[in-house]
Ligand binder design. Structure first.
Ligand SMILES: *[C@@H]1O[C@H](CO)[C@@H](O)[C@H](O)[C@H]1NC(C)=O
Ligand SMILES: *[C@@H]1O[C@H](CO)[C@@H](O)[C@H](O)[C@H]1NC(C)=O
Ligand SMILES: *[C@@H]1O[C@H](CO)[C@@H](O)[C@H](O)[C@H]1NC(C)=O
Length: 888
């Protein structure tokens, strides 16, 4: 007998396949991208890239044609132009607020939301579209600029190409001009694999290099990441320049100068490095494994005259040894066995851990060495001192700018703004470690960048220079580069002098140089203003970076300056917007640069990149970040503050509303409770409480069939079955308006609505189903169920190798009378002062409580949360028997 379910599955699958492929075919027939050029010019590390796409509407009627490209996050867009029927339409960069007000209509239609988005680690997606008349053509042209940064001894120029279809005339031209000469050059990236490698040509002269990439139409479908829709991937050009002059390279052009300083003729300075490693519960699994792996490798790379310390922390701080130890073989072996035993558990006391690290370095001042503190964390401070302002003040005071603090934020749950600010305040930088299979390599890569300090306390001075970018640096590491740019005060003088003072291993060093301004410039005339633009780019970047550190008038002044330059050079920065006016009457789009440090779900990775909303609610549902987030990496929930986690989202319809208002703190008496006992109760439900920082939690006795949520008015009910000795639920059933029945088990999902009978397997490709008020989206161990105005997310979770289901409700519908265990959106309680054991007042009853740390299964990352544990009856106002059902 043919399995009934298998047949249905097959039908469902083919429906998806048909709709997917017919769309692609339709697109191909009617839109012809007949030419696609990428032209990148790098002059003295400043890269200007122009993407030109020429597209024909081959349809007998007018249609919308889309332009979508990916550019590096570090770049600023500086020009966008569309040419249609001989007329050009230029994007204009305006002050963000002004643009938002002036074009509030476009903004409120959500048209600013989609133009530039962050994708993945390094790229941003720029997207726009225009209506093109029957059998007409359009040319799109986008320019972006960036200063390439030297890392681990090389510069990297990343160019992404994804024209969406094979293109008859595809050309990528890269021209690199470096005055001191190019020492090596390599072309990598997925576009250099397979048959495509033959389409790459590299030509080198002493000071120039040209890379061309002209794949034929046929070749465009044959690379690792390419397919029927043509090229899809990156070309990565890495190179370095000759450094014959230890004083650095100075270039002067049109009243501006740039100084590249990267000496390599100095000995390394021995270092004191302390690693402060978060081992809180949320590091569970791959994260802690990867951290251990990276630490073991890093320890092996320490030099014998380095000293090191290891600190691990959750709510407790453990120092491996109280003192900094020399990196001898024996000490490293002992340290490695300590690292192998690092286990996760508990909450996060960042304050105490960092202060312990500072103390360790301060107690062992060693002359002629460089000290470095490296903090690795994946979460917010959740125990000990949790006030971010106070932590920063403590750390700043303790370090006193004597050495830098580097912060590595691991995964999506970190408060990256906080880490950025704390490291900038202490002369370091913050770096994101993306939760991925190569996280250990990212960690090690970061260490490699700071592994070899060559100079400390570097001060750069320029006689005859003004409006300088940053001129003082804590440490200079081998493989990096210090770049300073500025204006020349008097362009009529003959020469210009540079001076660098720094501390080398144990002694002070000075580098002095004089360059003749009147020397013929090597800069080609068409590129003459590049140095001015480089200066503007670097100035704006640094002003924006400093914003987090400043307050009051100074902050305002610097922001004004950054804005002025952004407008003058037409850079799309976080302070400006690009307004694109289209040929159609009144149609305007506003493009904003996404905020840095804010992690967005990775659209393309999950195949959602090309859901081009023609605004069926289903599409919107699927392409909207708030719902994608459930599919991809977990959204950040700012612990203890608010649950409105997509505050950048301009579309109120899809805003996941705060489940609870912003908290103020509980009474001091409750706060002073000792470290929490970690008792992970198996079916602990978290219940947000109005006006309080900690939620309540309660245990549901198992096993039972339970009524989880019910809305009698809309004939909605959700029941769950739990098994003894296990977490969460074994099965969850939904019933809606008598004819919709959804049963979710750990293996599969079955849905009946009278006409359809649908089976979906967990782990299948993203799947969606919509009928009369019911929408089901399954993706990556997560299912979104919408029935009427009730939305529930069911997560497939795993603990100790055992799978279970867990329901999460992020948004409660308004004016609906919900019942069931999850039927209370929030509850209020008050702490009672002066009692022996912590006591809360809930619904006019006094209830004894204790602080517990539980896993929050409403997120895939299952972060630990502190909550006040109370009996079931105290919050539910009834016995468990009032919430049981006989049938799912
Ligand atoms: C690309 O740049 C080269 C010069 O470097 C120029 O000859 C060519 O026309 C440019 N192509 C486009 C499409 O702008
Ligand atoms: C294109 O449009 C013209 C005039 O509207 C019509 O006569 C012709 O049949 C159309 N051709 C196709 C292929 O649809
Ligand atoms: C700095 O790095 C270069 C290679 O990039 C290497 O040749 C040199 O030895 C390094 N210097 C020190 C002091 O390690």
């Amino acid at each position: 007998m043919m399995d009934h379910r298998a047949a249905l599955r097959l039908i469902l699958l083919s429906v998806f396949l048909i709709s997917a492929s017919s769309q692609a075919v339709k697109k191909k027939q009617n839109v012809d991208i007949y030419s696609f050029y990428i032209n990148s010019t790098v002059t003295s590390r400043y890269a200007t890239t122009v993407i030109t796409s020429r597209v024909a509407n081959t349809l007998n009627e007018s249609q919308e044609i889309q332009f979508e490209v990916k550019i590096p996050k570090t770049a600023f867009i500086s020009k966008f132009r569309m040419t249609i029927e001989g007329k050009t339409y230029d994007g204009v960069v305006k002050e963000k607020q002004e643009a938002q007000q002036q074009y509030s209509k476009a903004v409120s239609r959500g048209q600013s939301a989609g133009l530039i988005k962050s994708v993945g680690r390094t790229l941003e997606d720029f997207k726009t579209s225009v209506t093109v008349a029957a059998l007409s053509k359009v040319t799109f042209e986008l320019t972006y600029e960036e200063l390439l940064k030297r890392r681990l001894g090389k510069y990297e120029l990343l160019i992404n190409a994804q024209p969406m279809q094979p293109v008859a005339d595809f050309k990528m031209d890269v021209h690199i001009q470096e005055k001191p000469g190019i020492s090596f050059l390599e072309v990598k990236g997925d576009l250099s694999t397979g048959d495509l490698a033959n389409a790459i040509k590299t030509t080198r002269a002493d000071k120039d290099a040209w890379v061309t990439f002209y794949p034929t139409r046929d070749q465009q479908t044959k690379c690792k990441s390419c397919g029927e829709s043509g090229l899809n991937g990156d070309l990565l050009i890495t190179y370095d320049v000759e450094r014959r002059n230890p004083k650095g390279e100075v270039m002067v052009s049109n009243g501006y100068f740039v100084h590249y300083f990267a000496p390599s003729d100095v000995p390394r300075i021995p270092k004191n490095v302390v690693f402060i490693i978060d081992r809180s519960g949320s590091m569970y699994g791959r994260k802690i494994d990867q951290t251990r792996l990276a630490l073991l490798r890093i320890l092996s790379d320490l030099d014998e005259d380095d000293h090191f310390g290891l600190i691990t922390f959750d709510h407790l701080v453990d120092t491996w040894k109280r003192e900094l130890l020399k990196a001898t073989k024996q000490n490293l072996e002992n340290a490695k066995s300590f690292v192998k035993k690092i286990r996760e558990g508990g909450t996060t006391d960042i304050n105490a851990a960092v202060l312990a690290g500072v103390d360790m370095i301060n107690r062992h001042p060693r002359v002629g060495t460089a000290s470095i503190l490296i903090l690795l964390t994946d979460g917010d401070p959740t125990s000990g001192e949790t006030n971010i302002e106070r932590i920063m003040a403590n750390v700043k005071k303790a370090i006193g700018l004597k050495f830098p603090l580097y912060c590595l934020g691991f995964g999506h749950d970190v408060n990256f703004d906080f880490l950025t600010k704390m490291s900038l305040e202490n002369g370091g930088v913050a770096r994101r470690i993306y939760e991925d299979s190569d996280a250990d390599l990212q960690l090690q890569g970061f260490y490699d960048e700071v592994a070899v300090p060559l100079l400390a306390d570097i001060q750069l001075k320029y006689t005859g220079g003004t409006n300088l970018t940053k001129t003082s640096f804590t440490l200079y590491f081998n493989g990096s580069e210090i770049v300073v740019s500025g204006q020349i005060t008097d362009n009529s003088v003959e020469s210009f002098s540079t001076e660098v003072i720094a501390v080398s291993k144990g002694s002070s060093v000075t580098y002095q140089d004089t360059v003749m301004i009147k020397d013929p410039s090597d800069v080609p005339p068409e590129n003459e203003d590049f140095m001015q633009r480089l200066w503007a780019y670097l100035t704006v970047k640094q002003l924006l970076e400093r914003q987090v550190l400043l307050k009051g008038q100074e902050k305002e002044d610097e922001e004004k300056e950054a804005l002025k330059l952004s407008l003058k050079y037409q850079f799309v920065t976080p302070l400006t917007s690009m307004v694109v006016t289209k040929p159609q009457k009144d149609e305007v789009e506003v493009a904003d640069k996404p905020k840095e440090g804010k992690e967005e779900p990775e659209y393309t990775q999950f195949g959602y990149g090309k859901v081009h909303g023609h605004h069926s609610s289903a599409n919107k549902f699927l392409s909207h970040p708030s719902l994608l987030a459930v599919a991809g990496p977990s959204p950040t929930i700012a612990d203890d503050t608010d649950y409105g986690f997509f505050d950048s989202d301009p579309d109120p319809d899809f805003y996941l509303h705060s489940v609870m208002p912003t908290y103020s703190s509980v009474t001091e008496q409750l706060h002073t409770t000792e470290n929490p006992i970690v008792q992970v109760c198996s079916n602990c439900f978290l219940l947000p409480a109005a006006g309080q920082s900690k939620p309540l939690c309660f245990d549901v006795p198992v096993p039972h069939k339970l009524k989880l949520l019910q809305d009698s008015a809309s004939e909605f009910v959700m029941n769950g079955e739990s098994l003894s000795g296990q977490n969460g639920f074994n099965q969850i059933a939904f019933h809606y308006k008598s004819n919709h029945h959804l049963i979710i088990s750990k293996q599969s999902i079955s849905y009946r609505n009278g006409q359809d009978d649908v089976q979906i397997l967990w782990g299948q490709t993203p799947t969606q189903h919509d009928t009369e008020g019911v929408s089901l989206v399954v993706h990556e161990g997560q299912m979104n169920v919408t029935m009427g105005n009730i939305r529930v997310v069911i997560l497939l979770q795993k603990k100790d190798q055992v799978l279970f289901l867990w329901p999460a409700i992020w948004e409660y519908p308004k004016d609906v009378n919900l019942t069931g265990i999850l039927g209370k959106p929030n509850i209020s309680y008050e702490g009672i002062e002066g009692s022996q054991t912590p006591t809360l007042k809930i619904m006019n009853k006094e209830v004894e409580t204790y602080l517990e740390t539980v896993s929050d299964y409403r997120l895939h990352s299952t972060p630990f949360r502190e909550c006040w544990h109370v009996p079931f009856q105290a919050v539910m106002g009834g016995e468990i028997s009032d919430f049981t059902v006989t049938q799912l």
